[in-house]
Design a protein around this ligand. Structure first.
Ligand SMILES: Cc1cc2nc3c(=O)[nH]c(=O)nc-3n(C[C@H](O)[C@H](O)[C@H](O)COP(=O)(O)OP(=O)(O)OC[C@H]3O[C@@H](n4cnc5c(N)ncnc54)[C@H](O)[C@@H]3O)c2cc1C
Length: 503
């Protein structure tokens, strides 16, 4: 079904990923299921094609592309029909490296993000523990300061990529003298003395390696802290939104695979001298499910769009994840049923999909936790704010500095055929007049107003700073009249071509 969120470049990217999956994944994926492991060569191949850094900064080897390239990538990987593979890839790219990419120091990014994007090193994200999963605040793995190192002790449970990871982004309780313990994120090298990992036996996701990790007084340099110390809990809570979106997109891709393989089977199998596709009970159930898949797909795309605009769409991410993964269980159940006895045989793909799907409503926050979050935001009016913005930084940014940073935030790939000039008239303290011109794939900023502007934006300087730093949603500012825009399509196009300040 057509969608407004994808342009021709997304489509051609989709073709590339599909070709890759057909050539490099499908012929070997059964073997990876048997081996219970994805070979290092696949990571390198993914890295070489730029698939492991789709949204990561260009300065570290990523593409800084819009989020819909990730949607395309994740959907196509999931459509291969091996959820273990999807889990391993998505954990590496969207979970293990997400915090590092957003708030890690330059040195840490050089050391871990660059090789992760290149496919030379594999990452894992370790939050869950043997005694706590949903209740993240209750983790007990400790990091005690000793000179310029932390000494880490404890264990982590159910960790995807656990035995094969080169580094593990680990949630720890940091103990600093004179301060109450807080949660921080620490990168731990899997070669460190005292670190060990052993593989767990699962009912599905066989190609992904899931492990219990043990930390026996592992010494980790203080410089391996990601972002600010004791801010890990907020980072984790916020990045759950990305994790849940990724989970929803993958569940949708997995449902596409289940439907495709089942329709193929139904077209070839006959009963009572008719193809299965001719039986009304089956065909109606299939189209009911396909309609539901399409509904959650479009809702998930909308949520991805909100996310790409720099919002923290907690309610929508939770709804998308909950609905998509629960629907996936219904879909694989029906699809297996329509295969009859063959559906229960390991040699049929639907048997694997049936086993694999079951993890969806548990990982990355269970359905029960999703319902709790949705109830909090919808019934109790709880609001969530972004944790990544250093609040102390925000007031010191002036509109002039924001405009000066535009060329670093420019998404060049979005501006190929764009010719657009915008005038900004900012009133109040720190205000002024600025012109931004996007032409021939470049972005130019100058002081003063242009005679040839396609659009004029008028607002208070402080409102502009709030929007650009993610403190205020642009849509609410337009709707409440705090920003006047002479041509909304031009403004929307403009908004798509720049990353938010500080992201
Ligand atoms: C295959 C697999 C891969 C995984 N990969 C990773 C990984 O890479 N990194 C990582 O950190 N973790 C990983 N996990 C762990 C996963 O995130 C947790 O299993 C999940 O968050 C649930 O935690 P738990 O298993 O401790 O269940 P518990 O928190 O003990 O929950 C048990 C049951 O109680 C319910 N429950 C708990 N609290 C509430 C509540 N407040 N209200 C209502 N019901 C509640 C739950 O929904 C669940 O049904 C993975 C798990 C699996 C199975």
């Amino acid at each position: 079904m057509k969608s407004i969120y994808f342009n021709e470049e997304h489509q051609s990217f989709r073709e590339h990923v599909r070709t890759f999956i057909e050539r490099e994944v499908k012929p070997q994926a059964d073997q990876w299921e048997t081996d219970r492991l994805i070979p290092k060569s696949l990571w390198k191949a993914l890295g070489d094609l730029g698939y492991l850094g789709i949204n990561h900064p260009e300065a570290y080897g990523g593409s800084a592309a819009d989020f819909f390239y990730s949607v395309v990538f994740l959907e196509e990987v999931a459509r291969a029909g091996y959820a273990g593979l999807s889990a391993a890839v998505s954990v590496h790219e969207y979970m293990a490296t997400a915090h590092l990419s957003r708030v890690g120091s330059h040195e840490l990014k050089q050391k871990y993000l660059v090789p992760a994007i290149a496919g030379d090193q594999l990452g894992a994200l370790a939050i869950s523990e043997p005694d706590t999963g949903s209740d993240v605040a209750k983790i007990t793995t400790t990091a005690k300061l000793d000179g310029d190192h932390f000494v880490v002790s404890g264990a982590k449970m159910f960790i995807t990529n656990g035995t094969s990871a080169d580094f593990v982004t680990t949630a720890v309780k940091t103990h600093l003298e004179g301060k109450p313990p807080g949660i921080s994120l620490l990168i731990i090298d899997s070669q460190s003395p005292g670190f060990s990992a052993s593989k767990l036996d699962k009912i599905g996701w066989h190609s992904s390696d899931t492990a219990i990790l043990s930390f026996d007084e592992v010494r980790v340099p203080v410089t391996n802290i990601i972002g600010e110390i004791n801010k890990g809990f907020s980072y984790i809570m916020e990045s759950f939104q990305l994790e849940r979106l990724v989970g929803a997109v993958m569940a949708i891709g997995g449902m596409d695979a289940a439907v495709a393989t089942t329709l193929e089977y139904m077209a070839s199998r006959k009963a009572f001298n008719r193809k299965l596709t001719r039986f009304q009970a089956i065909r109606h159930r299939m189209v009911d499910l396909m309609t539901e898949i399409e509904s959650i797909r479009q809702f998930t795309y909308h949520t991805c769009w909100l996310y790409d605009q720099g919002e923290v769409p907690v309610t929508e991410c939770s709804m998308a994840k909950m609905k998509a993964t629960e629907l996936a269980n219904q879909v694989v159940d029906a699809c297996l049923q329509f295969h009859g006895g063959y559906g229960y045989m390991e040699e049929y793909a639907i048997a694997r999909m049936y086993r694999d799907s079951r993890a969806g409503t548990i990982v990355g926050g269970t359905s029960e936790i999703m319902r709790e979050i949705i109830a909090k935001t919808c019934l109790d009016d709880v609001q969530f704010k972004s944790a990544y913005q250093k609040t102390s930084d925000v007031p010191s940014v002036t509109p002039a500095e924001l405009f000066a940073s535009l060329d670093q935030r420019f998404k060049q790939q979005m501006a190929a055929d764009v010719d657009l000039t915008l005038n900004f008239e900012l009133k109040g303290d720190g205000g002024g007049s600025f012109t931004v011109t996007v032409r021939d794939g470049t972005c130019k900023v100058s002081e003063g107003l242009s005679q040839d502007a396609h659009c004029v934006v008028e607002t208070e300087a402080s409102t502009y700073v709030q929007i650009e730093t993610g403190q205020m949603a642009a849509e609410s500012a337009f709707m409440s009249g705090q920003v006047q825009v002479s041509d909304i399509p031009s403004m929307m196009l403009f908004g798509q071509m720049f990353r938010r300040y500080g992201s």
